[in-house]
Design a protein. Sequence first.
Length: 293
Amino acid sequence: MSRTARCAHGRGRPLLALLAIIILPAMSGCSSPGDAPEAPRGATPVRPAAVSYAMPADVTSMVLPVTGEESRGTQGLDALGRLAAAWAINGCARKHGETVPDAPPPLFIRSSDLPDLAFLRVHGFDGGHLVPGAPPTAHPGDAPATPSPVLQGCLTEGRAVARDFQGVYAPLQSRWMRQVSSLGHEPEVRRAYRGFADCVAEHDLDAKDEDAFFALVDTRQQVGDSAGSRKLAGVYATCMKPVEAVREPLRKQLSREFRAAHAAEIAKVRSELPKKIHELEKRYRIRISFPKL
């Protein structure tokens, strides 16, 4: 089971929880026209990510990623909606003289079905997830626990911004991610995962499967063992490599079939999505960005 990247604490929890619904990972939090990609397991944002601001020539790879490397584009795309929602809430609150309390920042969210092994080897599980350009927020004690009707309206505005943006591509993306996830039931993928458990055991770790492995990651992070967590990231990248060697060709074949079956929808996304991205960038003076090595 996936774990969220950051938990909210402190006073003003009801309002903070509402903000988390809009700003925190994944698409299911702030809009969800369809099912969301999984939130990252064992990810604690501790520093801004190194980013690229260069959009791919074809936005299709951002919406329908096939590899872990392509998923960096997906992370940036999904993060833009959360970033715009955060600025919409901030601007609305300031306009009406309301105080927006401390809130979880927009994050780059990885998908466990598309592990970016090269990125994990460099950055580990501990950091590199904060999206640049988030608006400032107040301290938790500076705002009332219960949002005023005006601030409720600002939160609704933020959700609407995210929903409107994601509506351009999320239904198609959600169908694709369900297809990607379904590959876990293929016999050859199941066999590869048995090798994952054996590989983990060879590194003197007790984890019978991927979920158990991420329980170890969570334990290391909860006690502040960054070195241990980084070591686990290296083990994960090593042990998942044979699994990805099996899954990636299957995803590529599935992608060809999916793109052929959804050609009209993809053409519409290619036409509308770049314009929508530029619209949000101009309206909120933000830029779409993507995590990079």
